[in-house]
Design a protein around this ligand. Structure first.
Ligand SMILES: [Zn+2]
Length: 239
């Protein structure tokens, strides 16, 4: 095995996985869903490589929006004029289930529901019962500088390649430092990172509980009806 492959394999072996997450109980706390536009948070849906799941709106739990504002304040103490930019937020359970089943079929795992089939599929698309985006607690984001230019994070947003691993040693020092800046401000505001994707953070979901060793998660996965009223279902792209 090449050195690069060996390092990437070792990094991936440390990511939180389906087995780590499924045993964490969820006690839903009914924190309401909110349109992020109601908070002074910047969004750039065009920067997302994923199909929109709520039309032109990004929806997250209220406490998540409040913590993002705190992360933004912390960022601006060190870097005046810099801004967090959200690219992806809530995704309905319906979309998560459809995407998961599609990936499972593509992997040739068909109707299997055993732990190994779930784990192998989870590596690419989260098992719906443990997925963060359908809880409204997970967000994908980046940072722009005072001129509005995106910082260099080593790969594009949502690039499904190994250089997107947070601790990839195969990116520039500048990109490494920008990833660390994002992680520092997000963790200071209570978010948990996901080491497989530099852009993904969450609060209150099972990944958050697993990362911090919390006994419980408090955001459960929600169906599309939970965000009815935020957007027209006609605008939803389920592709
Ligand atoms: Zn994400």
């Amino acid at each position: 095995m090449q050195n690069r492959d060996r390092i990437n394999k070792a990094l991936a072996a440390r990511f939180v996985n389906y087995q780590n997450l499924i045993s964490i109980p969820i006690i839903e706390n009914s924190d309401p869903m909110r349109d992020v536009a109601d908070f002074s948070l910047s969004a750039d849906l065009a920067a997302s490589a994923l199909p929109s799941s709520t039309g032109s709106v990004l929806v997250l739990r209220q406490s998540v929006c409040e913590r993002l504002l705190r992360a933004q304040e912390i960022l601006q103490v060190d870097k005046p004029g810099y801004e967090l930019v959200l690219t992806y937020a809530y995704r309905s359970m319906e979309i998560q289930c459809a995407s998961f089943e599609k990936m499972k079929r593509e992997l040739g795992l068909g109707d299997r529901t055993d732990p190994e089939a779930m784990e192998r599929t989870h590596h690419f698309i989260a098992v719906p019962e443990v997925a963060g985006h359908p809880t409204g607690g997970a967000v994908d984001l980046m940072i722009v500088d005072a001129d509005g230019n995106a910082l260099d994070f080593g790969t594009g947003m949502h690039a499904l390649e190994q250089d997107s691993y947070f601790f990839s040693p195969f990116i520039s020092d500048a990109a490494t430092n920008n990833r660390k800046l994002l992680r520092r401000v997000m963790q200071a505001a209570d978010f948990a990172p996901y080491d497989g994707e530099w852009w993904h953070y969450s609060y209150g979901d099972r990944e958050w509980a697993a990362y911090y060793g919390e006994p419980l998660a408090f955001y459960s996965q929600l169906p599309e009806s939970a965000v009815a009223g935020f957007y027209s279902s006609a605008a939803v792209n389920v592709a």
